[in-house]
Design a protein around this ligand. Structure first.
Ligand SMILES: Cc1cc2nc3c(=O)[nH]c(=O)nc-3n(C[C@H](O)[C@H](O)[C@H](O)COP(=O)(O)OP(=O)(O)OC[C@H]3O[C@@H](n4cnc5c(N)ncnc54)[C@H](O)[C@@H]3O)c2cc1C
Length: 385
């Protein structure tokens, strides 16, 4: 039984795994990952759409993506495991003037940060996806260095590499409480016993808000269900196509093998930990999908291959990273609001800096610190799906 660790990481998803990897890579090997489930990587990481993109409205998110996607290109050689990066691009289709103006501003920012992104007319965009309806489109943006990956392969790659360098995982160990003495965390209570630690990292994904409450902190991360629906193999849309987003409706799709994987967020569903597939919501997804891509009327659903998972959402759709001002040896790494796979490599590197160097420095994360909710200085991410 483990009773002490220099760094205790709560959560063995892709974020906790990346933090453990980057700490051990820098020589901090006394790392313990606490996971409430009997298997690691069984939370949101295993249930995502796996998209990676540079196309954000917020500079810090673009920088997190730029660093992370570059790292995923060489993941298999550098870390081990399988990133399965498919750089098929992300195509955003826009059909209203105000959003198009916002997208033009996004493109200018993305280009200033050295991201490749193309601005397309409706007909140019239609070349990417056969049978796309274009008569109401104003334009599209295409990021050729965007795409999708294998989140499970990435998380397991990070975990196994961290273990080889000395990190330990305790499975079936739900954190149930924090020991706080003199304004600092001295240890954690878990269902598998107490663990003393110098630093505690909250990488509990959709559960991060609840975990923070155990430490007496208010960290505004809330779980929201998101559904993924898969078709049977569908040759009428031959691959590869970009991960394509109909911005007006929020419908998006990409290939998964020979099938089409599609989704659309339900903005009216309240926060919950429900992960059963919402079959009622499917009608709304299909309505939007068939409008933009009428060819989908010939697709049949692979009901057994549909799933639901949880986004971990913050009020401004940006993650919460860094040491907490009220509990100096407690570190937040959650609230990715649907972007935790694509931002995990940078997050691991930055949280390792925060712990080992006193402050993250390769990318400035001051905009992402929890203090923004106290000062009101939030830069809301506009480009969320
Ligand atoms: C349908 C869907 C589509 C998505 N699409 C994308 C996408 O295209 N691109 C993208 O980048 N992101 C996407 N995401 C978001 C992405 O999956 C998450 O941001 C990411 O997985 C977060 O990783 P994590 O490690 O923080 O959380 P998780 O993978 O959920 O890991 C957290 C871990 O903490 C453990 N835990 C929780 N509480 C405790 C406790 N008290 N004690 C011990 N352990 C605990 C959990 O069991 C879990 O294993 C999507 C998510 C969903 C649901």
């Amino acid at each position: 039984m483990v009773s002490r660790a220099q760094v205790a990481i709560i959560g063995a998803g892709v974020v906790g795994a990346s933090i453990a990897y980057h700490l051990t890579l820098r020589g901090c090997s006394d790392v313990l990952i606490l996971e409430k489930e009997e298997a690691e990587v069984s939370g949101s990481t295993a249930r995502s759409a796996a998209g990676v993109r540079h196309q954000f409205s917020n500079a810090t998110n673009i920088l997190l993506s730029r660093y992370s996607i570059q790292k995923l290109r060489t993941f298999d050689e550098e870390v081990g495991g399988h990133a399965e990066l498919h750089l098929v691009g992300y195509l955003f289709l826009v059909n209203d003037a105000a959003t198009w103006e916002q997208y033009q501003r996004n493109v200018a920012l993305q280009r200033r940060l050295d991201v490749r992104v193309e601005v397309l007319g409706p007909e140019e965009a239609a070349r990417f996806v056969p049978g796309m309806r274009t008569d109401d489109l104003i334009g599209a943006t295409f990021g050729p260095d965007d795409g999708y990956c294998d989140p499970y392969g990435i998380a397991m790659g990070y975990l196994r590499a961290a273990q080889r360098m000395g990190a330990r995982i305790l499975r079936g160990a739900a954190v149930t409480g924090f020991e706080v003495r003199g304004g600092a965390v001295s240890g954690l209570r878990t269902t598998r016993g107490a663990v003393a630690c110098d630093i505690a990292v909250n990488a509990a994904g959709p559960w991060a808000g609840e975990v923070a409450t155990l430490a007496g902190l208010d960290v505004p991360v809330r779980p929201y269900r998101r559904n993924m629906y898969m078709t049977a193999p569908f040759p009428q849309i031959p691959g590869p196509i970009p991960l394509t987003v109909d911005v007006g409706s929020g419908f998006y799709m990409r290939h998964e093998g020979a099938s089409i994987l599609m989704g659309r967020s339900n903005p009216n569903e309240p926060s919950s930990f429900n992960t059963s597939v919402d079959w009622d919501w499917l009608d709304h997804v299909l309505e939007a999908g068939l409008y933009r891509f009428p060819v989908l009327q010939h697709a049949s659903l692979a009901t057994g291959q549909c799933w639901a998972g949880l986004y971990e959402i913050t009020p401004d759709h940006n993650p919460i990273l860094g040491r907490h001002p009220d509990l100096a040896n407690y570190v937040d790494a959650s609230g990715f609001s649907g972007h935790g796979i694509m931002h995990a490599p940078a997050t691991g590197m930055l949280i390792a800096e925060e712990i080992l160097d006193g402050r993250a420095h390769t990318i400035d994360i001051d905009d992402l610190r929890i203090n923004r909710f106290r000062t009101g200085q939030q830069h809301v991410e506009q480009n969320v799906i």
